[in-house]
Design a protein around this ligand. Sequence first.
Ligand code: NDP
Length: 457
Amino acid sequence: MDPVADSIEVIDPSTEQVITRLPAAGVEHADRAVARAKAAFATWRNVTAGDRATILRRVGVAVEEQAVSLAQLESRNVGKPISDALGEVGMVAATFAYYAGSPERLTGKTIPVPGGVNVTFKEPMGVVGLITPWNFPLAIASWGVAPALAAGNTVVLKPAQLTPLTAIELERIALEAGLPEGVFQVLAGPGSLVGERLVEHPDVAKIGFTGSTEVGKRISIRASETIKRVTLELGGKSANIVFADADLEQAAAAAPGAVFGNAGQDCCARSRILVERSAMDDFLGLFSANVAAMKVGDPMDKATEMGPLITAEHRSKVASFMDDDTTVVARGTAPDGPGFWFAPTVVTPNSPGARAVTEEIFGPIACVLPFDGEEEAISIANDTVYGLSGSIWTENGARALRVARALEAGTLSVNSNWSVRVATPYGGFKQSGIGRALGPDALDYYTELKNVYIATG
Ligand code: NDP
């Protein structure tokens, strides 16, 4: 057996040093994990709602207690600033606490009909396969694991090979919190083997996938062979729309975080900044100064605002967007190597079809575009195959709501760059995905609705 081909080398992207090597799971491991999960489902689905709630609550508490070590691990493996990692781990704890409240509230309806009554139940689906990306490894894992377990399913989670460490820690924490063996398993291995097997496996009832639109499309097709339920959280090309009547200082202060957060490796990144033409010069001046002042460097430094990109290959892909079709109008700084650094960069397009305008960059490049009036802003913002996120900056409340309703995107914010919260639904329109994570609605994607008619004579 070739030890290299069968292992995963986990790298710190800020130093390029190896953090650890793990054995890589393959197809047989996936089959064994699904068999264990199927056996565990027979008992977990019958654990009382109260007991399921207690275990999930304990997982949340344990995550909170171990927040610093989890955040340090996440920061090191993804290269994200420690302050961001701490915030994300806090959200993971909150996600388990939130869904710990749901097993006892997973109620159906009573519907009187002629001759009797109908009763509906939200039943667990069975074995859920979760496939997650490298950019927010623990947070995105928790968005699937917590509601899936709360609803009485068992879970096999395949984290991205690049960043599997915190998911493995979550499995340990869950076992220590009293989750029975087999109810939640983590399998670090290639998507082409473990991911594909989970998608095609006849005993997996549902796939929850977060990642690229390209892989999402493939999963959709493969999952249809067994009519598997599928939730997809995919890419984005979100707009940050700044009207001339907005508080420009506030909008310009929030814009760097909206596009350079997680070094732009964020599906919600507001990477197209649309500015009303009359405010363009003022906004660009303020925004450029803020970009130049960004602290890019050691992820473990509490003052750091942006870390490196995930790999050298990914950095090359991001750099390819700075082509002849764009002009650089502002640039921050970044350390020299080692590490996969890339300075936060602001560009304007030289043509409407520039790749920086149309494609997801997934890196720290913001593309600034002018617009004239509300209608044009909406038209530019919607001119994309994606529909995940976006922001609207204006002091006119009616306009804010009008534009929000007209945008073809699932997760928007007004006068803020942040719209992802544990208690509210998150997901995309169009090619940004199918289904919703978080909030009360996520449970609908981890349950089957059953209707029972009872004749009363
Ligand atoms: P990928 O789609 O390449 O990978 C995501 C996950 O899918 C990884 O675990 C990967 O495994 C696995 N995978 C790869 N190929 C297959 C396959 N054929 N079958 C099953 N699973 C497979 O995305 P990235 O990890 O590169 O993440 C970046 C992309 O994800 C961006 O486009 C971004 O927009 C999107 N994203 C969307 C989010 C959302 O909520 N909408 C959130 C975060 C990211 P491995 O890599 O280990 O081989």
